[in-house]
Design a protein around this ligand. Structure first.
Ligand code: SAM
Length: 771
């Protein structure tokens, strides 16, 4: 079976645009790439890690090049991201098929890949893929390209999935979005189309706009995406409707009145049905939004939900506008057509349609502006009232069935105007045909305001990510995290986007890493029980000296792993041997340094021994970690506290990769004179599992706002120190020369490891000269 090259979007530091990463499925790195994608592209929320992103080179789009000829290179910029459904076909005779569906949270790529690996070993060459494009039509060039790719590789099958994709983001509600090639978004009903068809087409067109908007949102997230514009569609609809109305009015004048009225009633009834359906959806969207707001922790998800509300608000406004059009027709359909000047109310209606594109108002603003108080909204006093929580019928007071009643009650039929009836109406002054009086239903002085919704997408990148991280941190009981940049205008650290998964205090286990074996607990009774470290079985490795003081500070008395009391222990939660397991109480600043990228500080003084936090991320096997390269590797911490430097790591050696997921500790920079050290702590796994947490502890009293640092390689420093002491005399003699050359060497040392070596040398020199 032919080997294939898959080109994935490898989410990079800048988030958008992304860079290409090329892998062959037989490459050793192949599994890593998938895992990385899964960790990074959590487009549909944390629960739906199966979502995969697959990217296309812009050149493919422009030149219809196939991947074979496009020759995409590592690092090429990718401009387009699509969400795919990926199926892996098991190569054995039983040919089982596993599918990752972004809408199905239960099957993630990890489970899929794990199942494959279990069933097929690691013979990745036999892996088959079936990729279902969820966003594009058959005739789209991307799909064409993918088809070519599919044809050229027996085992790579592309199936275009037309417009039935639904973004599902909560069990009880789906926001339906018909996908499309994004053209033909505008409603162009032919003359003579009935209002029912027009309305249906209008709704379809609006959904297409939503689909477009959502896909733009997802692809460009967290950059703001252009506002939706469905006012034009509505005004288009309105003008056609008015043409239709005028035609019918004209016809009505020629037809027997009872036949005309019977037709009118039928039309009104069917329109009413459509309105009701539409309204029910709006109500559901509003209710859903309200409940989703409570549970949402994902900004992208929230933006999608916000879109549902915005749709609801605009629909409410449209319903009001359409209602008025129909009302005008219903009331005056057989009125005498005059040849007077234009019809102001129709013109106004068209203007209102255009106004629907206005994007700069919040829901609250609209509620207040339109009705004087939050809690109700609507353009006229006949329109909609209520809050998004308890959304009343937007058409309640304007449903077509009511139109006639209202008209009878209303004496205020004032406005008359003229409307072009022979072609599509625009906002140009109307020029011909009918005069139809329209009931003015608004309270005097009140203005119909467009119902629009201000989006989270208008927030800065920093605000969005900070909010996201803090939501997750709060859920874990931890204090605030703030991004601070007083150096330049970088909003958040490189590589941090909404796709980075913040994890306050746990690991994400890679495929195949076993969960902890059964925990053993101590039998100490009462708060004081564990103070006697000799009697507490959890502390049996500490030679009788507890790891922490009664104030929860590390004692620095032992360099053994700390086995904190756990959930199976008899002691209470406030025993002396529980510190690192509690949520972080220190607020943290991730701040931009002058020369070391982003670093970490805390806005309060720290005392020696204070545990400040845990390193988190993807827990991977050491052999996987050894394959990591470049910047990816610099966020990977080996869980090697129990290992001897000269010995081979044990079979169950692990590392923590904080590149795609992790917490603020991934920004702790290196120093040869650090103020933090790492201690190894176990509390939710058994010590023999070899999966401790790495806790950062203050090694000295640290004033507030001092950068927190660790020595990235303390073992290296010790070896280095020994070597340097041996060379002491020689080094001394060369001091001044070395010192002057140091800056040049430092500048030349682009590689981080080189610099670390130099930094260590500098630190050593300083020590030697002081002595
Ligand atoms: C774990 S990250 C620390 C966070 C990093 N500064 C950032 O902005 O994402 C490690 C990387 O930080 C940079 N770094 C850490 N300590 C440094 C130091 N003392 N001097 C220069 N760069 C440093 C190096 O680029 C290193 O690869």
């Amino acid at each position: 079976m032919a080997d294939i090259t898959l080109i994935f979007c490898y989410p990079d530091c800048e988030n958008r645009p992304s860079k290409a990463s090329i892998t062959h499925k037989i490459d050793e790195n192949f599994g890593n790439l998938f895992r990385h994608l899964e960790a990074s592209w959590t487009m549909f929320g944390r629960q739906k890690e199966g979502s995969l992103a697959f990217s296309y080179n812009q050149r493919w789009l422009e030149d219809s090049e196939t991947p074979q000829t496009a020759a995409m290179k590592e690092g090429d910029i990718i401009n387009c991201v699509e969400v795919l459904r990926l199926t892996i076909i098991h190569p054995s005779a039983s040919a089982r098929m596993f599918t990752v569906d972004p809408a199905d949270p239960s099957v993630t790529f990890s489970t899929l890949f794990g199942a494959y690996r279990t069933a097929a070993g690691t013979d990745l060459a036999q892996l088959c893929f079936r990729v279902h494009n969820m966003q594009l039509f058959d005739n789209d060039r991307i799909v064409e390209t993918m088809r070519t790719l599919g044809r050229s590789n027996e085992d790579f099958v592309i199936t275009a999935m037309p417009a039935d994709f639904r973004f599902s983001f909560q069990e009880d509600r789906e926001l339906s979005v018909a996908s499309t090639t994004l053209s033909h978004l505008y409603l162009e009903p032919s003359r003579g189309t009935t209002p029912e068809v027009m309305l249906r087409e209008l709704k379809t067109a609006l959904h297409k706009i939503d689909a477009h908007w959502l896909s733009t949102l997802i692809c460009s997230w967290p950059e703001p995406c252009p506002p939706q514009n469905d006012g034009e569609i509505l005004s288009n609809f309105a003008s056609y409707f008015m043409i239709w109305r005028d035609d019918n009015t004209e016809r009505g004048r020629r037809q027997p009145a009872d036949k005309f009225f019977a037709d009118q009633i039928n039309t009104i009834q069917s329109l009413e049905q459509l309105y009701n359906d539409w309204q029910a959806e709006s109500v559901a969207a509003a209710k859903f939004h309200k409940s989703a707001q409570k549970t949402s922790t994902n900004s992208l998800k929230h933006a999608i939900q916000a879109n549902a509300v915005r749709r609801m608000l605009r629909e409410a406004n449209m319903i009001s506008i359409l209602g008025r059009l129909i009302e005008a027709w219903n009331t005056h359909g057989i009125a005498t057509i005059s040849s007077g000047p234009g019809l102001p109310s129709d013109l106004q209606i068209l203007r209102e349609c255009y106004d629907i594109t206005v994007e700069d108002q919040t829901v609250e603003h609209i509620l207040v502006a339109q009705n004087g108080s939050p809690g109700s909204f609507g353009g006229s006093d006949t329109v909609v009232r209520g809050t998004p929580t308890d959304f009343p019928s937007p058409v309640e007071s304007i449903s077509p069935a009511d139109f006639s009643k209202k008209t009878e009650q209303s004496p205020s039929r004032r406005e008359s105007a003229r409307l072009k009836s022979n072609k599509r109406q625009s906002l140009a002054p109307p020029a011909a045909s009918s005069v139809i009086a329209v009931q003015e239903t608004r309270a005097p002085g009140s203005q119909l305001r467009p119902a629009t919704f201000a989006f989270e997408v208008h927030k800065t990148r920093r605000e969005i990510i900070q909010h996201e991280w803090n939501t997750i941190a709060r859920e874990a009981g931890a204090a605030e995290i703030e991004f601070v940049n007083e150096v330049d205008d970088e909003e958040v650290p490189q590589g941090i986007s909404i796709l980075f998964s913040y994890i306050e205090r746990s690991y994400v286990y890679d495929i195949g890493i076993p969960r902890s074996t059964v925990l053993a607990g101590c039998r100490c009774r009462g708060k004081m029980g564990c103070r006697n470290a000799r009697r507490c079985s959890c502390q049996s490795n500490l030679e009788g000296i507890p790891a922490y003081t009664s104030k929860g500070l590390f004692t620095f008395k032992s360099d053994s792993e700390i086995i904190e009391c756990n959930s199976t222990c008899a002691c209470p939660a406030d025993c002396i041997n529980r510190v690192a397991q509690f949520p972080r109480r220190l607020p943290v600043h991730v701040f931009k340094t002058l020369k070391r990228g982003w670093g970490v500080r805390v806005p309060v003084d720290l005392v020696r021994g204070r545990v400040v936090g845990l390193y988190t991320g993807l827990l991977i096997r050491r052999e996987e970690a050894d394959k990591l390269l470049g910047s990816r590797a610099s966020y990977c911490f080996d869980l090697d506290v129990n290992e001897e430097p000269d010995e081979e790591p044990p079979e169950n050696a692990y590392s923590v990769d904080a590149y795609g997921c992790g917490n603020w500790t991934r920004f702790i920079n290196h120093s040869c004179n650090p103020n933090l050290q790492i201690i190894s702590v176990v509390y939710d796994t058994a010590p023999e599992d070899n999966i401790p947490y790495l806790a950062f502890v203050a090694t000295k009293n640290i004033p507030a706002f001092t950068e927190l640092t660790i020595d990235y390689n303390p073992a290296h420093q010790t070896e280095f120190q020994l070597k340097k002491y041996r060379e002491k005399a020689h080094t001394r003699r060369k001091k001044s020369k070395n010192q002057t050359r140091f800056n040049d060497i430092w500048d030349e040392a682009a590689d981080f490891n080189q610099r670390m070596t130099l930094a260590a040398q500098l630190g050593m020199l300083a020590t030697l000269f002081r002595s």
